[in-house]
Design a protein around this ligand. Sequence first.
Ligand SMILES: [Zn+2]
Length: 301
Amino acid sequence: MEQSFESPPVKPEKKEKPLHPKLREIVAEFDFSLLADLLHEYIIKTDKNPADINLIPPEKFHGNDHGMAGSYDAKRHDIGLSYDHIWALSNNLDVDTRLFALRTLIHEEIHAATDQKNDSPNLYQVGYDQVVGRTRLFGLWNEGVTETLAREILQKYIQATEPESAKEVSLLLHTLETKQSRRVPYRSEVNFVEIFISFLAKQIGLPKDVVRGGVIRGLIEGQQMDEKEFRSLAEEIFPPDFFDDLEQAGSSLTIKRITRELETKEENYQPRSTFATNSFVRSVKRAAEDYIHATNRMMPI
Ligand SMILES: [Zn+2]
């Protein structure tokens, strides 16, 4: 089972289960201010004010019986973690349960940090994920990008707090990247994000790292993927119906199919000069320059 942010949110009066004692211990020991600092490095490269980014404090964690390892509730701003699922998944994958729990916690906190806090009761936007009434758009794309960032941050967190666990965390990340198992959280979605970045980088002629930074920036800022300029570019460069499929994707099967479509298209890649005039490409290049300047500003002098 995979985790996701809950939508529509459950009724506020519902009483949640307390955290499993082992998870309570993990949450109590977790360094939330370090996580905030690690996220800060990404947020300062965006238009978001770091003061507007809220993490969920330990007292707002509860036990999760939604059939998922973790969940973030956009309405109540709380996080659920299921010890049973975390234990079962990590055992099945043969990875360290505590590190797997930390990965789940960080994934859910990224949802909280990328919550766009829309005031409308019928619209929730978390990262790229938009829930309008009963319709959910770009949900799996959002999960793929969130999980990509969660793995990167987990590695930095372990480096800073317990460098002696570097080997275990490398093993966990290697397993998540390579194991062909449905138990790997968002395996198809993370793979899709990588292929998407590589495809877009080649098409618009920017380094992959810059496009990757742009994708993470979009997650933090709550970039609307269906805005006109991006859609016009998408119609030019992606396979037919690709964008609608990504927007509506409700299962990993759709994600796998459109990943194959992108890979096939990339094999038959033909450079085209017309993109230089596309306004979206121009704005991506401008954003990339901002990103590079922000990175340079952070370099020690
Ligand atoms: Zn999620």
